[in-house]
Design a binder for this molecule. Structure first.
Ligand SMILES: *[C@@H]1O[C@H](CO)[C@@H](O)[C@H](O)[C@H]1NC(C)=O
Ligand SMILES: *[C@@H]1O[C@H](CO)[C@@H](O)[C@H](O)[C@H]1NC(C)=O
Ligand SMILES: *[C@@H]1O[C@H](CO)[C@@H](O)[C@H](O)[C@H]1NC(C)=O
Ligand SMILES: *[C@@H]1O[C@H](CO)[C@@H](O)[C@H](O)[C@H]1NC(C)=O
Length: 533
């Protein structure tokens, strides 16, 4: 087995570095990369026999476990799947799991089937929004057999109370959860307001970033405006600070979009990040009840070959935010795939939040008309700079977005895209996998402190139901060199991993797929004896 847990031990780290020198150098031709093998492979049976693994599922049926909402303060994780929401003890997910059964109503299921939707994959209540609401309640929404619904759940004040039940009438989930469970919904709750990225209509043609559940007015993206959103597939959303004033924090939505080129024919998929100010209440005369602070930028994850060709991984699958001290700041990890006709593969890219902010503070993209090239906007930029939040460090005198001058609002409506793309750290991926019989679907990252510095350990979920534990070593080649320390078969069935969560407090990893949730220790030292004791 070797000593795969060497990260925490300086002597072992250098042993690992030595063994790396023995690895063949990566070829600059991405498509000729060999599939690296894990140092250690543990099958589902191996894991079950170990003491650092648990698996939970409601039944043997595919239930589409997907939403994992951590609550480390309460030692709980809330899980949304088909017709159920679970409250799990993060110490041991098989121990005293609480369960709420919340199916769609019989009449909605009948209507859904009459409309010709898939009875098993479409006409259930697929729970896609599970958010903390207040000190006692969660807010959750499900697809409700193509008729989204939301309820409040009472989870009690403390986990010992063992309280977990629906505590309200159901209300409409329109603008909060997609109708079609195959279409992603992402959500963030801030001060009892819900921000969702989803499709707002039955037909699935009207995508929006929407604020609902609010005492203020609902606010959304400009409707059917492909400059703002073009067939997006939402992947994740997070509130991220910008400077020290909390009023400058912005909500970022990460998604892929399908863009038509100038001829209006070929459709390219790009990964984009869009942001809005949570306190945006829309414009006064224009963009009424629409975001007046909406901007977006492209995220690039590509490999530059020595001959100058660029291989793109354009489809974001999953992302993870990591706070670091060295270098100080926030890192954004993304798993990307490529489905070009030339080759298939996946890559992990990492972005510095500072670089993302630089792009949003840089030039706006502009074009004279549909058949023109995109250029950097050269004209006068109105004040306050479009995308600035009201009441923040730069606009203390502007209390709401309704006070923005008309030219600011008009500018945002016409120039929501930044000119420069966002490149990853070092302009290259951390990990590239091509010619492998799997793709990555999800990522979580653990920061490990060692005597000679901090290491980032990547946990990468695959589409064959395994999790790989990977470390990346810096190199001077066009690609980094990575090492798969372990591959863990966390599910019996080879279904794709749908989500990953880390509890740093408990040093545990939680993984979901269609078939259930698995829990595994981040670092399985005891399994390797004294290697990292
Ligand atoms: C988790 O709980 C189950 C059931 O109570 C128990 O059999 C198992 O040993 C526990 N696992 C751990 C790692 O404590
Ligand atoms: C939390 O919200 C629910 C639903 O609105 C409400 O019934 C409950 O009283 C609230 N709890 C607290 C502690 O405010
Ligand atoms: C944030 O904005 C609100 C209202 O616009 C204002 O009352 C408050 O002072 C601002 N907060 C800070 C920290 O500036
Ligand atoms: C990378 O290159 C720099 C300078 O070009 C050199 O100092 C460093 O030792 C090299 N590192 C490796 C791992 O080869």
């Amino acid at each position: 087995m070797g000593r795969p847990e060497g990260l925490a031990r300086p002597p072992l780290v250098s042993a690992m570095a030595l063994s790396l020198l023995a690895l063949s150098l990566l070829s600059s031709v991405v498509s000729s990369l060999q599939q690296p093998l894990p140092r250690v492979f543990l099958s589902f049976e191996d894991l079950q026999a170990s003491q650092s693994f648990e698996h939970y599922s409601i039944s043997d049926k595919a239930m589409d476990y997907r939403i994992l909402q951590m609550d480390e303060d309460q030692d709980r994780m809330y899980v949304g799947c088909k017709d159920h929401v679970l409250s799990m003890d993060i110490n041991n997910i098989t121990h005293g799991t609480l369960k709420v059964f919340w199916p769609a109503s019989t009449s909605k299921i009948e209507e859904c089937q009459m409309a010709g939707k898939d009875p098993t994959h479409g006409c259930g209540n697929f729970i896609r929004v599970v958010q903390p609401y207040n000190r006692t309640h969660l807010f959750m929404c499900g697809s409700g057999a193509y008729s989204p619904v939301c309820v409040y759940i009472n989870r009690g004040r403390r986990p010992e109370e063992q309280v977990f039940h629906i505590d309200s009438r159901s209300e409409s989930g329109k603008g909060r959860c997609s109708f079609n469970p195959q279409v992603n919904t992402v959500s963030v709750m801030l001060n009892q307001e819900l921000f969702s990225g989803m499709y707002i209509d039955f037909m699935g043609t009207d995508a929006a970033i929407f604020r609902s559940l609010t005492k203020r007015n609902a606010v959304r993206t400009d409707q059917h405006n492909s400059k703002w959103l073009s067939e997006p597939i939402f992947i994740d959303a997070h509130l991220i600070p910008d400077g020290t004033d909390p009023n400058d924090s912005k909500l970022y939505f990460f998604f892929r979009e399908r863009l038509t080129d100038n001829s209006g024919n070929t459709k390219n998929i790009h990964t984009m990040v869009a942001r809005v100010c949570p306190n945006d209440i829309g414009g006064q005369r224009s963009l009424v009840n629409k975001w007046t602070t909406f901007l977006k930028a492209r995220m690039v994850c590509s490999v530059l070959e020595e001959d100058g060709t660029e291989t793109h991984f354009d489809e974001l699958e999953s992302m993870f935010l990591l706070e670091t001290d060295q270098p100080k700041g926030l890192l954004v990890f993304g798993v990307f795939t490529s489905t070009s006709s030339v080759f298939k593969g996946s890559a992990v890219c990492v972005y510095n939040m500072a670089d993302i902010l630089t792009v949003f503070n840089g030039p706006f993209a502009h074009r004279e008309g549909p058949n023109f090239q995109w250029v950097a906007f050269q004209g006068r930029i109105p004040y306050p700079r479009p995308g600035t939040c009201p009441g923040g460090a730069f606009t203390p005198d502007i209390q709401t977005t309704k006070e923005f001058p008309d030219d600011v609002v008009t500018f945002v409506r016409n120039h929501p895209v930044m000119f420069n793309p966002i490149y990853p750290v070092g302009r290259r991926p951390l990990v590239v996998r091509t010619n492998a019989d799997y793709k990555y679907t999800s990522v979580a990252v653990d920061q490990v402190m060692a005597a000679d510095g901090n290491y980032q350990v990547l946990f990468l979920g695959t589409d064959k139901g395994t999790v790989q534990k990977v470390i990346v070593l810096p190199s001077n080649h066009s690609l980094h060199e990575d090492l798969i320390l372990e591959e863990l078969e966390v599910f019996k069935n080879q279904a794709p991993v749908t989500n990953l969560r880390i509890s740093s407090k408990k040093q545990q990893l939680y993984v979901s797929s269609e078939f259930g949730v698995s829990q595994v220790s981040l670092h399985r030292c005891h399994a390797y004896g004294s290697a990292c004791a």
